[in-house]
Design a protein around this ligand. Sequence first.
Ligand code: SF4
Ligand code: SF4
Length: 412
Amino acid sequence: MSEEEAYQTVLATLKKEAIYPYTEDEMQVVKSIESCINCGLCIQHCPVVAAVGLDRFSGPRSIAVELSRSPPEYWTTADVVYLCTGCGTCREVCPKDVDIPEIVNLIRARIFKHRPDLMPKQLHTADAIIVEHGLAFVPWEDPEEKAESRDMRLERLGLRYIPDQVVKGADVLFYPGCQAEERAQEVKESAKIILNHFKVKFTLLEELNCCGLPATLLGDDKTALELALKLKKKVKDLGVKMLVTTCAGCTSNLARIAERDAWGIPVYHMLEYLVEEIGIAKLSSAFKQSTEEEPLRVTLHDPCHLIKHTSRITMDYAGQILGLIPGVEVTQSYAHDSCCGGGGLVSYHAGDVARAVMKENLAAIEETGATRVVTPCPLCTAQLEDSLFRQGSSVEVDDMTVFIAQRLPQEG
Ligand code: SF4
Ligand code: SF4
């Protein structure tokens, strides 16, 4: 066999084993793992390890160690990477700045491309939906049914409907995200009520498309990039000055892609927008007086995508805003910044793991004596609602955008 033939045989074998060379960018991520000193801090703080044990989820260190031992054999961590919620706790505590969530995304992307057989089948279904509809969920087929569902939700919550508006040259683009557009419609409507109350010149998109975060988490980087570029074009066409969203995942992902793809406008979570652009002075005189004799005891849940992927300041703002609302008493749970278990698409294929992660939160919430848990993310809200309901808890859950809108005078 000639040298060339031998080389081609080796290449063919590597390809058969799904061993592909890393790109330069990927290599930077893989190299960062080499700084791991095996201290185990990430394992001690990982909520999935705490919830299900090392037998089920061998933890962030194992991802780092396995990959650094044999970078080409990324798929040896397949059983681990799909159970990571991407909460970002390991990155926060790591003394060597090893970015496990980024490594997880890198491995998922390689599996998606080269070993899709190792991806949970529910994630293949999720990807097919995103590719077909440009949204994380199958959209409503009948617009009338969608409107009926929206109106029922609004009636139950005592909120009014403001028709959607698409305006060129508005100051703010309100981006509801897939969950608030297709499922938790009350969150989208509440954001419109808030912006309208403060007389903000805002617009919606003519047609919403997903920000691409779920596609990134699936490892479908091509679709994620297509969605991001589509969105950039829509934003540019509208000529807005800033983007405001109510979803924690959309906030962190939109801020990342807006910077990467040079959108030239800032991205705010609604809470940041309220405090930084509307201002505490206006906010403090905006809320209705409470008619209740007893204060409403509320506790906050901090979405990982805000505190660990964007900025902790957003949740300081959440506390400040709640403190301005008459009749609301805020109490902090010891697990306020623990992952809800719903991140990283874990709930799509391993609901038991997602619920186990949530368990510690539930006990902490109950312990506060609060009757309501409030969180500024419709996905965390859904995860909290599901878990509290299954546990038979009497604690109610509100998305914070809805909670705020309900406490503003309902004009019009
Ligand atoms: S991102 Fe969160 S769930 Fe994933 S390994 Fe790190 S601590 Fe664990
Ligand atoms: S915390 Fe960082 S350095 Fe320590 S084991 Fe985990 S990845 Fe390695």
